[in-house]
Design a protein around this ligand. Sequence first.
Ligand code: G3P
Ligand code: MG
Length: 238
Amino acid sequence: MDKPHLLCIGHRGAMGHAPENTLRSVHKSLDLGVLCMELDVYYVDGHIVVFHDDRLERTTNGTGYICDKSFEYLRSLDAGDGEQIPTLEEVCEVINSQVCLNIELKGADTVAPVAALITKLVANGWDVGDFLISSFHHQALLEMKRLSPDVKTGALIRGIPVDGAKFAEDLGAFSVHPALDFVNQQLVDDAHARGLKVFVYGVDYLEDIAKMHAFGVDGVFTGFPERVLENYIQKKSW
Ligand code: G3P
Ligand code: MG
């Protein structure tokens, strides 16, 4: 029997196997065979850097808020196993348009530099459809749509909205990205009825992967891509 479809999106690269949001994590995700990957970005000191937290302590040997630092300082840090904090451009060089890339906008002022980088990458042969820009900052998604109407956006949430997925439709989003601990069948069905894809984050255990498939979601973000890849068919597209 054919395997069912469930898109595997490598979370922060493959954070279950390597220091999150580092080149090592990106390589690991690619080695495992993902066709889609998610990374978090901040805009700091004129550079788009790939990083998750607003502070440095949890994942590096640095201290303080990332946005207060110089790029030189950030590059001096150990982001795990001797890895440096990478730039988004460096990550894109490694990916080399092999996989679809979900860029999650974390801090302030990320929209214009990320839009500019995507324009440059598309001019160099990337398919604009391979990008998906997401954020909990929904105004940033509106701004991205204004600057780059062709770029898909995904609305992140951690909670249960009162009007189902209407907020994502109102944003002109391509997809809604709920958290595992809040997603329910009603939200999934409502999103689909509105023509939105549903990608759920924080899905690391086999029982949750199976539960999300039973809900009919389109894809899951996981730190352990092999747990999805072994059981579900993939295609390189959102
Ligand atoms: O983009 C999906 C997921 O990464 C959102 O939450 O905190 O892991 O960035 P977080
Ligand atoms: Mg993220």
